[in-house]
Design a protein around this ligand. Sequence first.
Ligand code: FES
Length: 101
Amino acid sequence: MAFVKVAQRGEIKENGGKELNINGTRVALFYANGKYYAIEALCRHQDGSLAPGKIDGEVVECPLHSWHYNIRTGELLDYLEGVKLTTYKVDVRGNDIYIDV
Ligand code: FES
């Protein structure tokens, strides 16, 4: 576990996302509700990237077939019970955004 610098403030617009590749792990970094959230980037349905998904509050909608996940907990909100994407801690230091991978 170590914090890695992944982006800078202002790179991601409110309710926007960015896909990161951290040593081969694809992570979606979102900015919403004045906060940053980082979760596993790949949808459990057919591996769609969640980074370009539409955000509503704490919910992201997969751009491919509209499955929904909570971006704070990683939890899938429809279709299947008990599915959870990995979430990562985010730390903002000055202008830099770090996540714990
Ligand atoms: S790949 Fe995400 S809903 Fe199908």
